[in-house]
Design a protein. Structure first.
Length: 554
């Protein structure tokens, strides 16, 4: 950690660096060597000069250094430095945590790589399943279009049939065609409505069969689609139906084989660990400086043994091996110790913060690994499910084929019933038109009967006139020649001429019970002229339209 700083010209480098490379004795030896090297570069000394130099050097090592701070203050700095070394435990924990982060990273990378490999294979299989799904949905869409058209045809045919039934129910049979004591009846009373009910029932059954076939195939499609969606959810390319926004966000940032976030977590944790090691090394060197300063300050060592005996019991051997320092080195050492003591607390706080950051990185890495492992398990579930879905492919293909066959069969049944309904509609049309033709026929026969009556009336008038003329001529012959002829010469002379009588028959439908009628009665009904004219218009106003409708179902 570069936060503990200061300069020591005697050591030729910063105190931290000097103590990092060895103990205080090593630093002093380096200082002596530097001094000897400088002296060797000067002119050789005389014997007197050499003696004086050696004596002054011994005196500098023996004379006590002048303290820059009090012994109590130095001991306080020493105790604070000792307390800061408690961060070593954090460093140990941080080291283990970083090792675990690295291990988790390796596990996450391996697991996510395996997951990605299996997922890619599953995705390719899902694409094949979707092709089959699209084929099934296309078949279902065609069936839906067919069904809509069938319903439209049924509605149209049913409307036309109902119109004919209403037309028959609103067409009353003229009373002249029925017995006098009978209530008014309509054409519908003489029609067989059972055929209508039978056709409607058959058509309803056929439509229900179509709906059942469609529902069964729709269930197969829905189940297959649900399987595909479940596979997509398991491999993480589709959110679950009830997923929260947070889960959808996690899905959108799913772990990949080389997720930079994982590497970033590990790199950050390792960087924090390196900073902690540097900071601890600086704290340790600061503590060593404090020990050297205490031993070198007069009275400080005794006070330290009194206030912190445990420190000296632990550092006894190393303190005994320390070499004395010069006054200049001591003053520089005190300056460095005092300067570094001002940032010891900040350094400890920084170590604690970096330890906490490493723990956070470990927690995040564990969460990431949990996500990776959960995704891996989901992928295995998807693989098992894909195997089951693959085993059902032949069943789905067969289900589509059977649905197509059944749909065609039931569609043919519907078409046949529609043709039957259309035929019945045309029959009712013919029935209605024929009734009006019957009215025209009755009127025609009435006119024929009237003409016959006229002919027979005229013939009877001529016969009566001839017989009257015959009677007159016979009477004149008797008057002129009757006295001259014997009466028994032609006995039939006085017999009247053969006469004829033309009379209507009461019941021409039963020859065994016919007998002459004394009065002439018309047998054909007399219909109103406007009714007959309407019947003629009705006969010429229909036909052709229903034929096109019939051909539509053929």
């Amino acid at each position: 950690m570069a936060s503990l700083r200061g300069s020591n010209p005697a050591f030729g480098t910063t105190p931290t660096t000097a103590f990092k490379n060895g103990s205080l004795n090593t630093a002093k030896e380096a200082a002596f060597k530097m001094a000897d090297a400088k002296q060797s570069r000067q002119q050789p000394l005389s014997q007197t000069q050499a003696h004086n130099y050696a004596r002054s050097r011994r005196q500098s090592l023996v004379e006590p250094p002048k303290p820059a701070i009090s012994a109590e203050r130095l001991i306080d700095i020493l105790l604070a430095a000792k307390s800061s070394l408690a961060s070593v435990a954090n460093a140990v924990n941080a080291t283990g945590n970083v090792a675990e982060v690295t291990a988790l990273l390796e596990d996450a990378v391996v697991t996510s790589t395996q997951t990605s490999f299996v997922t890619q294979g599953i995705k390719s299989q899902i694409r094949l399943l979707k092709q089959l799904r699209d084929s099934m949905l296309s078949t279902l869409e065609l069936a839906d279009a067919d069904f809509k058209q069938i319903l439209a045809h049924i509605e149209q045919a049913n409307i036309q049939l109902r119109d004919r039934l209403i037309m028959l129910s609103q067409t009353a049979v003229h009373k002249a065609l029925r017995p006098q004591d009978e209530e008014t009846r309509t054409l519908l009373d003489f029609a067989e409505e059972e055929n209508v009910k039978s056709i409607e029932q058959d058509l309803s059954v056929a439509v229900n069969e179509l709906q059942d076939a469609r529902s069964a195939f729709q269930n197969e499609c829905d189940r297959f689609i649900a399987d595909i969606q479940t596979l997509e959810v398991l491999i993480g390319i589709r959110p679950a139906p009830n997923a929260t926004d947070k889960e959808k966000t996690r899905l959108s940032s799913a772990i990949k084989p080389h997720d930079p976030e994982l590497t970033k977590l590990q790199t950050s944790a390792q960087s924090n660990l390196d900073d902690i090691a540097t900071s601890l090394d600086s704290l340790s060197k600061h503590f060593d400086h404090c020990l050297v300063a205490v031993k070198s300050m007069p009275g400080a060592l005794a006070l330290a043994r009194e206030r912190a005996p445990e420190i000296w019991s632990q550092q006894h051997d190393s303190l005994d091996q320390m070499k004395p320092v010069t006054a200049q080195e001591f003053m520089q050492l005190i300056s460095v110790v005092v300067e570094d003591s001002t940032i010891v607390d900040d350094t400890s706080a920084q170590i604690n913060e970096q330890t906490r950051m490493i723990e956070q990185a470990l927690a995040q890495m564990r969460d990431k690994l949990d996500d990776v492992q959960a995704r891996y398990l989901h992928t295995l579930d998807a693989f098992v499910m894909l195997k089951e879905s693959g085993a059902r492919i032949h069943e789905l293909i067969e289900a589509e084929r059977l649905f197509t066959q059944r749909w065609a069969l039931e569609k043919r049944n519907v078409r046949e019933n529609l043709i039957s309904m259309d035929t019945l509609t045309r029959c009712f049309d013919d029935y209605h038109r024929t009734y009006h033709a019957l009215l025209v026929e009755a009127d025609r026969r009435r006119h024929v009967e009237e003409r016959i009556h006229h002919v027979w009336a005229k013939a009877r008038e001529q016969v009566d006139r001839l017989m009257q003329l015959d009677a007159t001529e016979t009477e004149r012959f008797r008057s002129d020649h009757g006295d001259s002829l014997p009466g028994d010469l032609w006995p039939d002379l006085d017999r009247p001429i053969q006469s004829f009588c033309v009379v209507p028959m009461n019941d021409s439908r039963n020859a065994d019970t016919t007998r002459p009628s004394t009065t002439f009665e018309f047998g054909m009904p007399k219909l109103p002229g406007d009714l007959v004219e309407l019947a003629r218009k009705t006969m010429s106003g229909r036909g052709g339209k229903e034929k096109t409708l019939r051909e539509r179902y053929a």
